[in-house]
Write a protein that binds this ligand. Structure first.
Ligand code: GAL
Length: 431
């Protein structure tokens, strides 16, 4: 009886609410979290996943202006710039300190004698963009001065230096490595810097590096971020089992990000961390190194996931295999596809997985991944891949750079251990 009465009351309230909205013509609008208005340039940031290089994986503490200048030069000479890699980002350890009188950050005078403005100008003179790193806590992960309490001051300084990209870490925040994850504090701290960046008027891409425990994919965009880390640091490992903190391997990071496709899209991307391609255990992040097939698989899968592509190896001295992997414009084209859809897992059996990524122009990319330590022959029907079973697709192999013959109504591949193969399917008439 009570229940019936409640239902009637609810229905009456609903009718009143609907009539009120209809009469006034007003819709209940969700208020955006950020109150700072943004220019059209801001809205254009990261319409496709950001691409560039970051000093951490390769150089760690050794970063210097000479190495950054040489990296910028190599972007041009190696073809990386032409392939779409744009941002050159200095990670932790650029700092000299924070001036106690002015409160301004300054770079290490030995490693950055010309200062950050001159370095940014140099990077810009090559047609590239310049990025820097700070932290939402009192110190960075490398115990350098953090931006907590100095958000406006630091954002203004970065804008004056000509910074185009800020990676913002989460060390030295109260609960940064505890089980008791304080979502609200993380949202507040990232929003503070997100707003400060917007207030500078300079379009600065905001890269949230909270590592995932506080689900930044749920709030990253609202606090002004264009990308947010979904995992702890990927080191030079193929498979380092799921871990509460760093380091993890390529597979672990892939598995976290592979469930988050609905949170990515133009203007905001899931970031499964940087590429370890080409590190060969010689970088700052170790792990024993991966083989060439595994590095190629990281590139393929990161592109299928529409992940930001931040190179970590020494691009001044890339060997042929590293160049072959990083400069493959066909696989990069999948990452950068303007439809902006993150791929997702569509099939899994006996350690073989298939990922699917819808592309512009009605095309679709399918990637097979062999997680086994043995070779595998695979044949998966269009039906299992959730494709039209009767479609007459042509299959383009992005690593062979040619169309490949396939059985009717299915895709097949011979996969080496840890190999992935990626195909772009297009209806015959669309190619
Ligand atoms: C970690 C971050 C790394 C790197 C490092 C620098 O928290 O995940 O990508 O930035 O700090 O100390």
């Amino acid at each position: 009886m009570n229940c019936l009465r409640n239902r009637i009351i609810w229905n009456i309230l609903l009718v009143i609410a609907i009539s009120f909205t209809a009469c006034t013509g007003k819709k209940t609008e969700k208020k955006p979290v950020s109150q700072v208005s943004v220019s059209p340039e801001w809205q254009k940031l990261a319409l496709t996943p950001p691409m560039g290089w970051n000093s951490w994986n390769g150089l760690g503490k050794k970063v210097s202006e000479t190495l950054i200048r040489e990296t910028a030069d190599s972007f041009v000479t190696s073809g990386l710039k032409d392939a779409g890699f744009t941002y050159i980002v200095i990670d932790d350890y650029w700092h000299g300190g924070r001036d106690s009188a002015t409160g301004l950050l300054y770079p290490d005078p030995k490693r950055f004698p010309s200062g950050m403005k001159a370095l940014a100008d140099y990077v810009h003179s090559k047609g590239l963009k310049f990025g820097i790193y700070s932290d939402a806590g009192t110190q960075t992960c490398g115990e350098q001065p953090g931006s907590f309490g100095y958000e406006e001051k630091d954002a203004k300084l970065f804008a004056e230096w000509g910074v185009d990209f800020l990676k913002y870490d989460y060390c030295f925040c109260n609960d940064y490595a505890s089980e008791n994850n304080d979502y609200k504090m993380a949202i507040d701290r990232y929003k503070k810097m997100g707003d400060a960046l917007k207030a500078t008027g300079r379009p600065i891409l905001f890269s949230i590096c909270e590592w995932g425990p506080r689900s930044p994919w749920l709030w990253g965009k609202e606090v002004g971020g264009q990308m947010w880390r979904t995992s702890y640091d990927v080191h030079d490992f193929w498979d380092k089992p799921r871990n509460k903190i760093s380091p993890i391997g390529i597979l672990t990071s892939l598995d976290v990000d592979a469930n988050l496709e609905r949170f990515a899209g133009p203007g905001g991307w899931n970031d499964p961390d940087m590429l370890v391609v080409g590190l060969k255990n010689k970088g700052n992040v170790k792990g024993g190194g991966c083989n060439e097939i595994e590095y190629q698989t990281q590139m393929s899968m990161w592109c299928m996931l529409a992940a930001p592509l931040m190179i970590g190896c020494d691009v001044r001295n890339m060997d042929e295999t590293t160049r072959h992997i990083l400069l493959n414009k066909d696989i990069i084209g999948i990452d950068q596809d303007t439809l902006g859809k993150q791929g997702f897992r569509v099939f899994r059996m006996d350690g073989i997985e298939a990922f699917k990524k819808p592309l512009s122009g009605g095309r679709v990319a399918i990637a097979f991944l062999n997680r086994n330590s043995t070779v595998k022959k695979v044949i998966v029907s269009y039906k299992e891949l959730e494709l039209d079973p009767k479609a007459d697709f042509r299959a383009y192999d992005v690593w062979k750079h040619s169309d490949v013959k396939q059985p009717a109504g299915a895709l097949s591949a011979d996969l080496k251990s840890h190999e992935s193969q990626v195909f772009i399917l297009a209806k015959s008439k669309d190619r």
